[in-house]
Design a binder for this molecule. Structure first.
Ligand SMILES: NC(=O)c1ccc[n+]([C@@H]2O[C@H](COP(=O)([O-])OP(=O)(O)OC[C@H]3O[C@@H](n4cnc5c(N)ncnc54)[C@H](O)[C@@H]3O)[C@@H](O)[C@H]2O)c1
Length: 249
């Protein structure tokens, strides 16, 4: 129903074959896009891109490096003369409360989950604003809508993860306002427990605890990404969309 024909799209943190980013790349490529999956896991990233077919390419990108962001965006724009979409998907989980989180761990999670999203939007913003079109999708979490959802990780708190995912939520709205006059849309998606290697704990218990009585699949997230990346959502910006089987209702 939706397509992204001819669009050139970057997805960060998409190197693992069973991750959400790879599922998004698969669906977006099937919908006509040229997709650049990026990660720090170069070997699995190359193999994942190979499996996903000729319209999916792998490029190394550590989202915490402004230099790497600028080089990647310049390369892709130089090759295609356009850049239509960015999914800021890279992220790391840390399940400790504030008293058990060191300043060093806090900085690492901020760098990847928060600074990485900031750098991504900053790197693609000038090209998209100049072109007067573009779609940026930032991956938050159910935990950036309601803090008391950590039952699925058998913990009631996850200080650094929560803080940085709420920052993603806030940055999305601020940048949506900034880019809106240039027709560049910025939205956030908020997955609940999705069956990837990031999800810890007892999978069956987690599924049973959710209103829909099942875990989310990477494909559940990918279809929302396709919708937001396509021209079917032209008036949507600054929105936060839950994909969590009712966890945050
Ligand atoms: N799985 C869940 O239950 C769940 C729930 C809510 C939100 N999320 C979010 O969804 C996104 C995707 O997670 P996933 O479930 O696919 O897990 P995942 O572990 O498969 O994906 C995260 C990816 O980020 C990459 N990454 C880590 N540090 C990086 C860096 N410095 N630069 C570039 N890439 C880096 C990892 O290598 C990995 O491939 C994350 O932002 C995560 O926080 C996941």
């Amino acid at each position: 129903m939706f397509d992204v024909k001819d669009k050139v799209i970057i997805i960060t943190g998409a190197g693992k074959p069973d991750g959400q980013g790879a599922a998004e790349a698969k669906l977006l490529a099937e919908a006509g896009g040229t997709i650049y999956i990026t990660d720090v896991l170069d070997e699995t990233g190359e193999a994942t891109a190979q499996d996903l077919g000729p319209n999916v390419h792998y490029a190394h990108l550590d989202v915490t490096s402004e230099e790497e962001w600028n080089r990647l965006v310049a390369d892709i724009y130089g090759r295609h003369g356009r850049l239509d979409g960015l999914v800021n998907n890279a992220g790391v989980w840390l399940g400790t409360g504030i008293l058990d989180t060191s300043a060093e761990e806090m900085r690492r999670v901020i760098d990847i989950n928060q600074l990485g999203v900031f750098l991504g939007m900053k790197a693609v913003g000038p090209i998209m604003c100049e072109a007067k079109q573009g779609s940026i999708i930032n991956v938050g979490s159910a935990a950036s809508l309601r803090v008391g959802v950590y039952f699925w990780h058998n913990t009631m708190t996850a200080h650094a993860y929560t803080a940085t995912k709420w920052a993603v939520h806030g940055m999305t709205k601020a940048v949506a306002m900034e880019f809106a006059p240039n027709n560049v849309r910025v939205n956030s998606i908020h997955p609940g427990p999705i069956e990837t290697s990031m999800l810890g704990g007892d999978i069956e218990d987690i599924a049973a605890s959710l209103p829909m009585k099942r875990l989310g699949q990477p494909s559940d997230v990918a279809s929302t990404v396709l919708f937001l990346m396509s021209d079917a959502s032209p008036f949507m910006t600054g929105a936060q969309i839950s994909i969590d089987g009712g966890a945050t209702v």
